[in-house]
Design a protein. Structure first.
Length: 256
């Protein structure tokens, strides 16, 4: 199975130069843990997330959220709390990384070229039967250690991670607030990657973080900004209406 995946991906990479399709070739499943910001929150919350890799683009999303999109029932088989974001790489254009936060379609579009400044260091590990190399980086206020495999030559990974000569199978920040660990690698069956036509509210990464923090602290004020079309305006009036039944999570990116 492992050898078949490697050969298939190499053929796909050669073919995509001409075809540039967005058919999913490989699905990577990650167990994600994140720690809440409350002083009493010592337990890591959990999410199950998936990376769909196509011949050209990729789509990273929560399986918890995706279940509710595709099913009317509340009997979600995935237990945990969603981080409530999706990431598209090479969409809507080649070279783009598009981050979309839900609800409200807060959207950040960045160039993936040299987004991360990686330092390849000594060390190896085995994850899901794949030999992995080690890399570290400082990215927007957090120090990350990741493990990537050269056996899957896709410069991709969970969240925004990219820029390495192989697929990232594990990523952990030094403060242990976030951990992404691969738990499954499978060939995809008749699935497409489709960029959402209603993605909107395009802002900077720093502004997106401000809005996401506002969402947790005052959900009413957050929704009022969206409805008024004022997401790019920095004036925020809070009303003290915090979200209930959802962990207050730290930011993946820390801006001063």
């Amino acid at each position: 199975m492992k050898r078949n995946i490697i050969v298939f991906l190499l053929l796909s990479l050669c073919f995509c130069v001409k075809a540039q399709t967005d058919s999913v070739q490989l699905q990577i499943t990650y167990a994600v843990q994140f720690k809440g910001t409350s002083k009493t929150d010592t337990i890591h919350q959990k999410d199950i997330e998936c990376l769909d890799i196509g011949r050209l683009a990729s789509h990273y999303y929560s399986l918890i959220d995706n279940w509710y999109k595709e099913h009317s029932t509340n009997a979600n088989p995935y237990v945990g709390h969603s981080l409530k974001f999706e990431v598209y790489k090479n969409m809507p254009k080649l070279g783009n990384i598009t981050y979309i936060h839900m609800p409200g379609w807060i959207t950040v579009i960045e160039k993936n070229d040299q987004l991360f400044n990686w330092n390849l260091v000594a060390g190896d590990s085995t994850i899901c039967d794949y030999l992995c190399k080690k890399a570290i980086t400082d990215f927007r206020g957090r120090k990350w250690t990741v493990w990537y495999t050269l056996d899957i030559p896709n410069s991709d990974g969970p969240w925004k991670f990219c820029g390495l000569p192989g697929l990232v199978l594990k990523a952990t920040d030094n403060d242990q607030n976030f951990d992404f660990t691969c738990i499954g690698i499978n060939r995809a069956k008749a699935k497409k990657i489709s960029y959402p036509s209603n993605a909107k509210h395009i802002v900077s990464a720093e502004r997106a973080d401000e809005l996401q923090q506002l969402e947790q602290k005052d959900f009413t004020a957050y929704m009022n900004l969206l409805l008024a079309g004022q997401v790019v305006i920095r004036e925020i009036k809070t009303q003290g209406n915090s979200r209930k039944n959802h962990p207050q999570m730290p930011s993946l990116e820390l801006f001063k």
